[in-house]
Design a protein around this ligand. Sequence first.
Ligand SMILES: O=C(O)CCC(=O)C(=O)O
Ligand SMILES: [Fe+2]
Length: 471
Amino acid sequence: MNHGEAWSSGGRRGSRGRSRGRSQPSGQWVPVTVDKSLDESSGNRGRGSRGRGGSRTSCSPRNSYGRGNDEHSPVQVYVKKSNVGFVEKGVQQNRKSQEYIIGSTKQPDDGVATLNSSGDNKDLLQSSTSSSSKSTHFSGGSFVSSECEDKGVKDGAKMHCDLVNRMKDVTLFCQESVSPTSDKKLELSSVEDHKSAQKAGGAENSSNESNSSPFDIFLQKKGVVLKPSIRDLNREKKKAAKGYTGIVIRPGMVLLKNYLSINDQVMIVNKCRQLGLGEGGFYQPGYRDEAKLHLKMMCLGKNWDPETCRYGEIRPIDGSTPPKIPAEFNQFVEKAVKESQSLAASNSKETKGVDGIPFMLPDICIVNFYTSTGRLGLHQDKDESENSIRKGLPVVSFSIGDSAEFLYGDQRDEDKAETLILESGDVLLFGGKSRSVFHGVRSIRKDTAPKALSQETSLRPGRLNLTFRQY
Ligand SMILES: O=C(O)CCC(=O)C(=O)O
Ligand SMILES: [Fe+2]
């Protein structure tokens, strides 16, 4: 049954024609000062214990700082023709003094964005500071801190294109000897995990065992499928109606929260599924010792080879040609880049121009599918051309399905990394000064995908991520 009309009729989401585009940047951001109150109830659960396994899971003492002194701090509201944005001076994210621009666009049925400063947008300005918090949760128009959780997180080990199996999980990345400029990493299950999963023959693994049969990101729904509750669906519709929110996380890094509508997500998922089952589709890369990656991957435009950390026109393991990037995907990317440029440009008045994000036209898209146990170690994306990296052409990342704990920072050190919760529909860009930021995915949060998405598609439990780049 198709419930798509519920999402497409009348509302901003559905009415967002490609030409009209809610993401069209327009006009200048005009500052207005307002007062705000911070919501102290959000997220500070004061857990002191360090997680087992140290770096992946710990909440280090450097997280400790109070939130109280941010109460009623003045906020600058930036207004422009079709967007509303906020700059909060001195709001800290995870201990670092940073400024954020938070722009929110709400487009009612007539497609004209409205100022939303007295209501919805105020909660965008909650401080994420918390004595034990490392993670920032920008959730559908508000962001709240959540403490670093160590439940079920295992120690990771890293490997330079060889398997080093330490504890349970193994992370792969490319060895200096293979590519001196590359340290792209991919999350692996351990060999043991893989074997036991094979034995168990669980749904998540049932179609992944052979490189010859493509991985299907859809799961056949068996038996009685429970309908999502009206309450859940209404909550999601309310979130969708709020529109998206643009946040400058740091110079060159912009988060467009709730940017892709459910309809957009459904389209992307269906397209990825279709491409994923064809030539050059989703596969589970194998390595020298036949250990399998726990992350499914498909490259569009050009192939990225995890063994050599190089791009090429064909996939060496099977000689397949990567599918082209669908034009619709590139349109989303273009709009997202323009919107981020607009936000960053407003912010650069405050930061003397260091926020700039250059324009880019993607010719590569790496599509990852993370199961609920998938992870991705801290790495830099630096296998694109020297020119692309030197110019700071942004990487644009779409998140769809279950939420992820996304790490980023200036060093390959999880203890020092910041955390963002990337939810379904979020778009993250990192270019300019942040092009070479270290980043990774600490964990996937089970059962957090929008119910409407699960209803409209048969996407497996897990997370679909698309990262667009220009070579
Ligand atoms: O899944 C993500 O959010 C990040 C993916 C990524 O960093 C990559 O594919 O290089
Ligand atoms: Fe990456």
